[in-house]
Design a protein around this ligand. Structure first.
Ligand code: ADP
Length: 157
C-alpha cells in the first residue's frame, strides 16, 4: 500500500521551512500532499490560488508532491485522500503544546491516522509565515525565505 502523507497548514505564505519538511517527508512517504486549509472566517494575506500555483511551481520536479486546498476537518480530508499520515513540523515547545492537542483530536476523528513530526532544521527554525507577512507588509524583500520568487508574481499586494 502506498504511504501517503497529508501536510496540512495555512501556508500564508509557504516558506523554506515548509519546503524542508516536505523534502524530508519524501524520504519517509511515497507521496506528500500539501493541504492548504481554507478558513472562510479568516482572510488570507497571500491569495490562495496564487499560493497553490507558486507551490506547484516550486515542486514541479517532484511528481510525488501535489497541492490541494480544503475547507473541512483535516482528518476527514486525510481519510478521503487515502493518507494514513499527517506530516507536521515542530520548531519549539509552543508548537509542541499546540500540536499535541490537534494530533489527539485528529486520531479521535480518524483512528488510523498517525501524525509524524519532524524537528525543524535549525537554520530554518526562525522562519514563520507571520513574520514574513509582517516584513512583506512593510515592503521588505522576503524572497530569501521562500522556495519561489514572489517578485515575479506580486500576488496583488
Ligand atoms: P498552521 O496554521 O496549521 O500552524 P502553518 O502554515 O503555520 O499552519 O504551518 C504548517 C506546519 O508547518 C506546522 O506543522 C508548522 O509547525 C510547520 N512549520 C512552520 N514553519 C516552519 C519552519 N520554519 N520549519 C519547519 N516547520 C515549520
Amino acid at each position: 500500500m502506498k504511504r501517503i502523507a497529508l501536510f496540512p497548514g495555512s501556508f500564508d505564505p509557504f516558506t523554506k521551512g515548509h519546503e524542508d519538511i516536505v523534502l524530508r517527508g519524501l524520504r519517509l512517504f511515497d507521496e506528500v500532499i500539501i493541504g492548504i486549509g481554507r478558513n472562510p472566517r479568516k482572510e488570507r494575506y497571500f491569495p490562495l490560488e496564487q499560493m497553490i500555483h507558486l507551490i506547484e511551481e516550486a515542486f514541479r520536479d517532484y511528481p510525488a508532491v501535489r497541492v490541494i486546498s480544503y475547507d473541512d476537518l483535516t482528518a476527514s480530508v486525510a481519510r478521503e485522500a487515502g493518507a494514513r499520515f499527517l506530516l507536521r513540523g515542530l520548531r519549539n515547545t509552543t508548537d509542541f503544546e499546540y500540536e499535541n492537542g490537534i494530533s489527539q483530536v485528529n486520531r479521535y476523528i480518524y483512528d488510523e491516522v498517525e501524525t509524524v513530526f519532524l524537528i525543524t532544521s535549525p537554520h530554518l527554525a526562525p522562519i514563520s509565515s507571520s513574520i514574513i507577512r509582517e516584513l512583506h507588509r512593510y515592503g521588505q524583500q522576503v524572497d530569501e525565505f521562500l522556495p519561489y520568487k514572489l517578485e515575479a508574481h506580486p500576488l496583488g499586494h
